[in-house]
Design a binder for this molecule. Structure first.
Ligand SMILES: Nc1ncnc2c1ncn2[C@@H]1O[C@H](COP(=O)(O)OP(=O)(O)OP(=O)(O)O)[C@@H](O)[C@H]1O
Ligand SMILES: [Mg+2]
Length: 560
């Protein structure tokens, strides 16, 4: 095996220089459209790829001549009438060169001769070849055509002589308009500063800040996904704080399965409702005020909740239950309770003893706490609903009526509101609750409200059509470290393979002092550090976390 020496060693498609291997790549064709800043996706900071661009302005008279020449060729071919399937392209070329000729004449565009080469690097040949393969994938996903230089590596890697005339392999020189050159410019300011937005993070590449204003987009809802200890709860609390600083009137409701946000809610002048022992008040699952008084809609929600509690109901039992619920909301008291429902059921046909026994849980069993009128005061302060201590088989039921109540709160209260749902995968598990969450995420914008869906992995949501609809309706999605990124997730979120490979390596706050994350907002993919200022950190860190446990609590289900 040849030893890595000081002299360059060239093979067909790569070159070794000292201990480094260089694998160059040429671009033979550009896509018809290029986004500004596309280089951020082609050259993520995690990939050792170098791009060299040299550009020379073509004098305007020569540029005009070239454009006229291209137009004349297209016209001649079209006039000959034998261009067959190429006709539409020729027509586009003719129109484009006409328009471009006008832009050239007005001097709003110019033509450039651009030399371009990518070089993948690595300490070994397989490593640098792998970097190049990934680069080819990223380029081709954006519509570029590429080519490996064969026995031309040295010619390609030679330093430019700045005459714009030296010999280079085919595919090195391109003619581009000013816009194309601008899109290639590597120092695009990727920072986004939306007026009145909150700071979501600092770009990992150059620490430029990114501010997003959730109220300015088609959906006010965002998602935060990350493995345990990735900093989801912290990032959520930070976003909530910053949101309130920008607009103190934003009302915050938190579905808090692990009881992490209670102290924060109280510190901000709010309250905590503890579902397991009823501390903080009761939410009556049957209260029709949560659907703005719409009793039919409420009846539908109540069916969903009770099904989440008793997934084993048989068809006859389900039908009897639906009938009893409908009757209760048609003719029953203004604000029914679960006792009213059990009473209604007693008047419904025979042979339902199993169902009646099941519903006894509301009268004499472990769910008697929820049997009664709502006693929670509907204040403006943040409200955290703590589900700690709820038996796992009752969690879906509690989550569904609390979500119903929270939705009602968003609907009935004026002003901007934020609903935070931590550990949202718990809702994604039950078909009924995932459908309800989908409705919530879809409609809350009409009530000036946004949802922050916080969960460990997007995979929990990709498994159902409602789950995918939820993900689609999130304007911004932040991925903190993920254990893995499936092919389905990659495709759904349009992640490049480099991004998908990076996410399981994104640094954790306990390693870095901040969370490394990838934000997807519209078309943009932004690798950001979620950083708290010292006062924010000092304020938040003692407030977050579960009483009597550490953030890295062992088995997740054990907590519930
Ligand atoms: N951006 C950050 N800057 C500094 N410290 C952070 C940051 N994010 C998280 N931490 C710290 O890291 C620890 C874990 O964070 P956090 O509890 O938010 O993780 P998580 O993703 O919610 O985990 P879990 O899934 O277990 O709830 C906490 O002690 C928190 O204070
Ligand atoms: Mg958490």
């Amino acid at each position: 095996m040849p030893r890595a020496g000081a002299h360059p060693h060239e093979s067909a498609t790569w070159l070794r220089s000292g201990c480094r291997y260089l694998a160059p790549l040429l671009v033979t064709q550009f896509p018809t459209e290029l986004q500004f800043g596309f280089l951020g996706r082609v050259l993520p900071t995690t990939e050792p790829v170098e791009l060299t661009v040299e550009m020379y302005r073509i004098p305007p008279a020569q540029a005009l001549q070239m454009v006229h020449g291209a137009r004349a060729v297209a016209e001649a071919e079209l006039a000959a009438g034998d261009s067959g399937p190429a006709t539409p392209e020729l027509e586009i070329e003719r129109t484009a060169s006409e328009e471009f000729g006008r832009a050239l004449a007005r001097r709003t565009q110019e033509l450039w001769k651009v030399g371009l080469r990518f070089v993948a690097r690595g300490p070994s040949r397989p490593r640098c070849e792998a970097v190049r393969v990934r680069l080819i994938e990223r380029l081709s996903s954006l519509g570029f055509r590429t080519r490996l230089p064969r026995y031309e590596t040295e010619l390609l890697l030679r330093a430019p002589d700045l005459t714009a005339g030296e010999a280079r392999p085919k595919g090195y020189w391109h003619t581009l308009p000013t816009d194309g050159v601008a899109a290639l410019f590597p120092f695009v300011d990727e920072s986004i500063v939306e007026p009145r937005g909150v700071l979501v993070g600092l770009a990992l590449s150059d620490a430029s800040p990114v501010f997003l204003n959730r109220w300015e987009h088609a959906s006010f809802s965002w998602g935060v996904f990350g493995t345990t200890g990735a900093g989801k709860s912290f990032a959520t609390a930070l976003l909530a704080l910053r949101t309130r600083w920008m607009d103190p009137s934003v009302e915050i409701t938190i579905l808090d399965p692990l009881g992490e946000f209670g102290t924060l809610a109280r510190t901000l002048g709010g309250e905590v409702i503890r579902i397991a022992d009823g501390r903080g008040g009761r939410l009556n699952p049957l209260d029709p005020r949560t659907t703005g008084g719409n009793r039919r809609e409420k009846a539908g929600h109540v069916s969903t909740m009770i099904r989440a509690l008793f997934p084993s109901l048989e068809d006859a039992e389900s039908a009897a239950l639906d009938t009893a619920i409908s009757r209760l909301f048609e003719r029953g008291p203004d604000i029914p309770t679960l006792s009213d429902l059990t009473r209604e059921l007693e008047q419904t046909g025979a042979g339902l003893s199993r169902l009646r026994n099941l519903l006894e849980v509301f009268r004499t069993g472990s769910l008697r706490e929820v049997n009664g009128p709502t006693t929670v005061a509907d204040g403006a302060g943040p409200i955290a609903v703590d589900f700690r201590g709820v038996p796992p088989d009752q969690l879906g039921f509690h989550l569904s009526y609390v979500l119903d109540w929270a939705y009602g709160r968003l609907r009935s209260r004026p002003g901007p509101k934020l609903l935070i749902i931590d550990e949202a995968h718990l809702l994604a598990r039950h078909p009924a609750t995932v459908a309800f969450l989908d409705r919530v995420v879809r409609h809350v914008r009409h009530f000036r409200a946004g949802v922050l869906v916080v969960s460990q992995t997007p995979e929990d949501f990709l498994g159902s059509s409602e789950g995918r609809a939820i993900l689609r309706n999130l304007y911004a999605t932040a991925f903190l470290r993920l254990p893995e990124v499936s092919a389905a997730a990659r495709e759904f979120f349009g992640l490049t393979s480099a991004e998908a490979e990076w996410l399981p390596k994104a640094r954790l706050p306990r390693e870095a002092g901040y969370s490394e994350s990838l934000w997807r907002t519209g078309e943009l993919h932004l690798p950001l550090a979620i950083v708290a200022s010292t006062p924010e950190y000092e304020f938040l860190s003692p407030l977050l976390g579960r009483a009597g446990s550490t953030a890295d609590d062992a088995p997740r289900t054990g907590v519930l």
